[in-house]
Design a protein. Structure first.
Length: 356
């Protein structure tokens, strides 16, 4: 039994360490590695390991996804948290045990509620129920953008003063790319991240890319996860001017970003859009729809466009035929102002509020 003078223990749901890294897992890992709070921090990793944040980078893990992963969160995770006498359970990736009250939940976005057709029906139904329950019963809710906060307040039964916004950040290797050569970068291709995810809207880009390739000579480089399969099998990516990269490491990805003309982000829904931060930090601008953190990161109004193929083509034509070195430098400056250190500090403040 913990005495009044005992140090607090904060447990972190480490199931994200067993999954492929997307923006959600990136956010959790980067903040966890920098978290500094007035409490001991223990990371609980499936199936039954309890470790420290410093040791998570060397863990060998097996995938705990799908139904098995959710079952572990509901039934095993709470018992392990009780076993170490945790005062608070932090769930950084959208899901957590429904019966635990002393917890903080991070809801990155409400995609399954807003666009249930983008995920499987069972997952949409489960997430719709679980998100409402977790938002009501958790001590605090953290999300990544003001826009996501507005969605949470509108769609879930939660008090406004209970929801904190902790934006993501960016760090090495993306911030380590030199900006001395931005005036010499040729930018003969564009990058598209998440070609396996239907909400990223690859079909829109491909609808006009034959024209881009033929008239401007610009390639499209697609980034996808190693284990992912295209959700929409009707989209044909094997075509002239399109190159696919499967799960490049961060150093390769940073260099791929840096040498591009821009990253294309015609997404239909986002919590934030961490690839925009990472790409801009290397000195490469983005074209995006008005989603997530894109409006906050844009350094020119023309970077935010509606889904009008002619306007996207015109912007690529203009950028490819003009000196965009100033745009590259301003994009990097804006992106690099979002640091993971600042994110971790704000996240720690949210944890402290759970004990008020």
């Amino acid at each position: 039994m913990k005495t009044r003078s005992s140090a607090r223990v904060v447990a972190v749901n480490g199931r994200f360490l067993t999954r492929p890294v997307t923006g959600v897992e990136r956010y959790a890992g980067e903040i966890l590695s920098r978290l500094s709070i007035d409490a001991g921090v223990a990371v609980i990793v499936p199936p039954n390991r309890v470790t420290t944040p410093q040791r998570t980078s060397s863990l060998e893990t097996e995938p705990w996804t799908g139904v098995g992963g959710h079952r572990w969160e509901q039934f095993v995770l709470p018992r392990l948290a009780d076993r170490i006498d945790a005062d608070l359970l932090v769930n950084p990736c959208n899901h957590g045990p429904l019966r635990t009250r002393a917890q903080l939940i991070v809801l990155h976005d409400l995609l399954p509620l807003r666009f249930p057709g983008f995920v499987s029906r069972p997952y949409a139904e489960w997430t719709r129920f679980a998100s409402r329950m977790l938002a009501r019963t958790s001590r605090r809710v953290v999300t990544v953008s003001d826009r996501s906060r507005e969605e949470i307040l509108a769609l879930l039964d939660v008090q406004p003063d209970k929801v904190d916004v902790v934006p993501p950040g960016v760090g090495l290797p993306f911030t380590g790319i030199s900006l001395d050569d931005v005036g010499d970068r040729l930018g003969r291709y564009c990058v598209f991240v998440g070609s396996h995810d239907r909400r990223k809207n690859l079909g829109f880009v491909l609808s006009f890319w034959d024209r881009v390739w033929k008239e401007l000579g610009i390639e499209l480089h697609l980034i996808r996860q190693r284990s992912a399969t295209p959700i929409d099998e009707t989209i044909e990516v094997e075509r002239p001017g399109v190159v696919t990269h499967v799960a490049p490491d961060d150093s390769t990805l940073a260099r791929l970003y840096a040498d591009a003309l821009c990253i294309l982000w015609p997404s239909l829904h986002e919590g934030w859009g961490i690839p925009l931060l990472e790409c801009a930090a290397t000195g490469t601008p983005f074209l995006a729809t008005d989603v997530g953190g894109a409006p906050l990161m844009a350094v020119e109004p023309e970077q935010i466009l509606p889904l009008d193929a002619d306007r996207w083509f015109a912007r690529l034509e203009r950028w490819s035929s003009s000196d965009i070195a100033p745009l590259r430098r301003r994009s990097a400056e804006r992106a690099r102002s979002f640091t993971w250190e600042r994110s971790a500090t704000k996240f720690g403040e949210s944890i402290e509020r759970c004990f008020e």
